[in-house]
Design a binder for this molecule. Structure first.
Ligand code: PLP
Length: 403
């Protein structure tokens, strides 16, 4: 009997194709490696994490505590509580100039879930989805999970890593179903200029392709770049999907609240998908999000001012390292320096450089390859100025060949 059990246990598990098509997020892998070192007591200068280092603002936490105390702990409507859907529409209209009704809005379990559900509701097996590189790591895998084919379009450092409408148009084929844009972008901090964004929308409309705009970093812009939604353009809505999130804007990553704004039939389809998978997002998190969207926005401004200071410092520090070049990001909270001049026999690509940085200098970064952009590394500056200074000192020593 015992032998029979052992034989069964050794058999490899045949997983479903849809899961075999995707991989664990490489950014999560870096975080795990850094965590392992930290657990051994190593002082890691951690630029890996893509999340704000600020606590969730107090008034938002209070609202969720109040909801808990009032026993708002039951199932809610699958697409989210009615006041939250209304608040998303009102907030988006006031902040970004759109005009959506609650029937065109659904609350999801974070922005990633918003994108996942939108892609799964629209993409059929073999459909092509255009993704500009460098891209957020999850886009290609979400498309693959849905059975679609990611079509990667390179952007240029000289264009601030922003997609150009002409490059998009060249990539569109009769099989193209969707294009996913992210402005401001993770990992490169690229912001698509408003006029170019309108051209991109025009290309999508002309070709009958859905435009999915991931606005997760909408409120973190620097210099001349300002928060902008393509949904503010008259006539934009028919083939447009807005995916938004409370995660970064309000420092609410753990709360898992995102949303989709899109034509009502698509929102209904996403609701159907949600009704057979996650059901509603967590009830008390929805009440926190309601306060985030209806309450004061001061904390967003405070966070942005701090990110702006850190951005100045980290860009200047990286540019001072011989052989490293660094574009000034226009948004989000990442820098994306090119480190390819430092390749050598034992560090011949960005993944090897990132590994050596963690092992030898105890600096955690994410290799550009993970974002479809070899030659670069991503560093999040959602960490204190002190840690940025320490990290820069280590990088200087490392790239000077001292480690
Ligand atoms: N989109 C981009 C570009 C991101 O970087 C992230 C998170 O890192 C998300 C969406 C999803 O965030 P969340 O699921 O926490 O809302």
């Amino acid at each position: 009997m015992e032998r029979a059990v052992a034989a069964v246990a050794e058999e490899p598990i045949q997983l479903a194709d849809r899961v075999n098509r995707i991989a664990v997020s490489p950014t999560m892998a870096v975080m795990a490696a850094a965590e392992q070192l930290k657990a051994k007591g190593v002082d890691v200068a951690d630029f890996g994490a893509g999340e704000p280092d600020f606590p969730t603002p107090e008034h938002i936490k209070r609202a969720a505590i109040k909801a808990l105390e009032e026993n708002k702990t039951k199932y809610t409507a699958t697409p989210g509580i009615a006041p939250l859907r209304q608040a998303v529409c009102d907030w988006h209209a006031a902040q970004l100039g759109s005009s959506y009704q609650p029937a065109e809005c659904i609350i999801n379990v974070g922005g990633k879930h918003a994108i996942f559900n939108a892609v799964c509701s629209l993409v059929n097996a073999g459909d092509e989805v255009v993704i500009p590189a460098p891209y957020w790591v999850s886009y290609p895998d979400i498309v693959k999970y849905a059975g679609g084919k990611p079509v990667i379009v390179e952007t240029r450092e000289a264009d601030g890593f922003a997609l150009q409408a002409a490059d998009l148009e060249r990539a569109i084929t009769p099989r193209t179903r969707m294009v996913i844009v992210n402005s401001p972008s993770n990992p490169a901090g690229g912001v698509i200029p408003n006029a170019e964004f309108e051209k991109i929308l025009g290309v999508c409309q002309k070709k009958g392709v859905w435009l999915l705009s991931d606005e997760c970093y909408s409120h973190f812009t620097y210099g001349d770049a300002k928060p902008f939604s393509i949904a503010s353009v008259p006539g934009s809505k028919s083939r447009l999907i807005i995916a938004g999130s409370c995660s970064k804007t309000f420092s609410m990553t753990g709360w898992r609240i995102g949303y989709v704004l899109a034509p009502q039939p698509l929102v209904s389809a996403i609701g159907k998908l949600q009704s057979q998978s996650t059901s509603n997002p967590t009830s008390i998190a929805q009440y926190g999000a309601l306060e985030a969207l209806r309450g004061p926005m001061d904390s967003v401004g405070t966070m942005l001012a701090e990110y702006a200071r850190r951005r100045e410092r980290i860009v200047a520090g990286l540019r001072a390292i011989p052989g490293v070049t660094c574009n000034a990001p226009q948004g989000a909270f990442y820098v994306f320096p090119n480190i390819s001049k430092h390749y050598k026999a034992d560090m011949s690509n960005d993944t090897a450089v990132s590994k050596a940085l963690l092992d030898r200098a105890h600096v955690a970064v994410v290799p550009g390859e993970a974002f479809g952009a070899p030659g670069y590394i991503r560093m999040s500056y959602a960490t204190s100025l002190d840690r940025i200074e320490e990290g820069l000192r280590r990088l200087e020593r490392f790239f000077a060949g001292a480690q």
